[in-house]
Design a protein around this ligand. Structure first.
Ligand code: CFM
Length: 481
């Protein structure tokens, strides 16, 4: 039964189904999700193009990214690099990362006349020019945006023609911003495009009995490198990464792994399912956030490859040195109220560990774009009375913070300054503050950041700190300044 929590419900009745307070006997209730944002709501969501370029395609290090758009979408796509890459390529060569994918994103810079007469000529020329500028790039990906989706430019035809002409893969992602309610649809289309166009088109230089693909891991602040290190020390070879710190070629030989490990189960389960269906490769959904989940999942992977002892060694090696420090933070953080507002899966990955392993009180979780399966997990993992919100908007977040007075919220850049204006620390859970946050040492990093943010003396200097008592109107007017 959706719960009436917000005053804004009066003005926006459509939002009622998206807000839920956990109570008993509620297992069958659904939260409305994965639908278009209610018009007029200040959403934190991204668009379909953001999901395909910003999350999936853009992380691949040796690819020229061409955005087929007026310059705004290109500029937006350019600043979104939050996944570090190493220059090492699978063939042992070095890729000039510093001069390339960290700095550049290319665009077609569409003008009014292109909208009227069509933009394919410009797209073709832009790809040719970009290839001249960066001849060392392995391939070229181009992305539709709202404008080019509306014009109806046939990007696949351009990609096909140029693949032959340039002798390298040119891939079109037909993901205009409006093609779905959120970035989630962009993940899905990009998975399908990569599977259809690339997977199975190249062979790896060598294979082993212990090859895995690490799917749905984008190396936010080095997360992927932590998991890769654990696996390597267990004797497991990461044959392909999808797509953090990945190269184009390794995407093309994903079909050769022995096991696919699906880390982000919102953005990338699609491709694991497609690979299983066509090539018979099994996949395992894995979770490395927190000490307990990380240890459990390394054990499961160890079991699959008969590397149980190796898994135990790795767990011991990385868990023992952090135990004491983690216990310190647990003691300090016990009882503190926390919100987890992520794009999606991190809200259910982290809720149990934050309660069980850090002793904190998760009183609200929210997601920008999760689907029903993810909300089911969120509902299972939070305790009675916790609030669960789909696609929260600014007035709702403000109201929650003022009513509930959390000690900290884990959220993104779009919520961060709103929380700060209300006197509540906000820690970045998308791109992190001092990550990595995954694995044993990553979980400790996160605990340290949470502790540091809550205890920064600046909060006590703010007149309108909502604790102890606040005048809500005064806060709203202060926050508007
Ligand atoms: Fe997967 Fe991600 Fe996430 Fe995601 Fe994202 Fe992200 Fe996220 Mo920001 S792929 S769904 S689209 S785990 S960028 S690394 S943090 S919203 S919860």
């Amino acid at each position: 039964m959706p719960h009436k929590l917000f005053d804004v419900d009066k003005e926006i009745p459509e939002r009622k189904e998206h807000v839920y307070v956990k109570h008993c006997n509620d297992v069958e209730d659904d939260i409305a999700c994965n639908t278009s944002t209610v018009p007029g709501c200040m959403t934190a969501r991204g668009c379909v193009y953001a999901g395909s370029k910003g999350v999936i395609g853009g992380a691949i290090k040796d690819v020229i990214q061409v955005v087929h758009s007026p310059c705004g979408c290109t500029t937006y796509g350019g600043g979104a690099k939050r996944y570090p890459s190493r220059p090492n390529m699978p063939d042992g060569s070095t890729f000039p990362i510093e001069n390339f994918n960290i700095k550049y994103v290319c665009g077609t810079d569409l003008k009014e006349s292109d909208v009227v007469f069509g933009g394919t000529k410009k797209l073709k020329q832009s790809i040719i020019d970009a290839n001249k500028e960066f001849p060392f790039a392995t391939s070229i990906y181009c992305y539709a945006t709202c404008t080019t989706g509306l014009i109806g430019d046939d990007m696949d035809a351009v990609a096909k023609e140029l693949t032959e002409e340039l002798g390298k893969d040119v891939v079109a992602f037909n993901t205009p911003g409006f093609a779905g309610p959120s970035q989630s649809k962009g993940h899905h289309i990009a998975n399908n495009t990569i599977f259809d166009r690339l997977v199975g088109t190249k062979e790896p230089p060598r294979t082993t009995e212990y090859d895995v693909c690490l799917i749905g891991e984008y190396n936010i602040d080095g997360d992927l490198w932590i998991i890769e290190k654990y696996l390597k020390e267990m004797g497991i070879n990461v044959l392909s990464r999808f797509t953090g710190d990945s190269s184009h070629d390794e995407i093309c030989w994903m079909h050769r792994s022995k096991l696919n490990l699906v880390r982000c189960q919102r953005s990338a389960t699609y491709i694991a399912e497609l690979i299983e269906e066509k090539y018979g490769t099994p996949f395992m959904k894995v979770d490395f956030f927190s000490v307990e989940y990380c240890a459990d999942n390394l054990r499961e992977i160890g079991k699959f490859f008969n590397l149980e002892e190796e898994a135990e060694k790795v767990i011991k090696k990385y868990l023992n040195p952090i135990k004491e420090e983690l216990a310190f933070y647990k003691e300090k953080l016990t009882g503190k109220k926390i919100y987890i507002f992520s794009g999606g899966p991190k809200s259910w990955h982290l809720s149990t560990p934050i309660e069980r392993e850090l002793g904190m009180d998760v009183t609200a979780v929210a997601s920008e774009f999760e689907h029903a399966d993810g909300f089911k997990k969120m509902k299972e993992r939070v305790k009675e009375g916790a609030t669960i919100v789909d696609d929260p908007n600014t007035p709702e977040i403000e109201e929650m913070i003022l009513n509930d007075k959390p000690d900290i919220i884990l959220a993104g850049i779009k919520e961060k300054y709103l929380a700060h204006k209300l006197g509540v620390p906000s820690l970045m859970i998308h791109s992190y503050e001092n990550g990595p946050y995954i694995g044993f040492e990553g979980f400790l990093n996160m605990a340290k950041d949470i502790y540091a943010y809550i205890n920064t003396p600046v909060w006590s200097l703010l007149e309108f700190n909502p604790k102890p008592e606040v005048n809500k109107e005064e806060i709203s007017s202060n926050a508007d300044i």
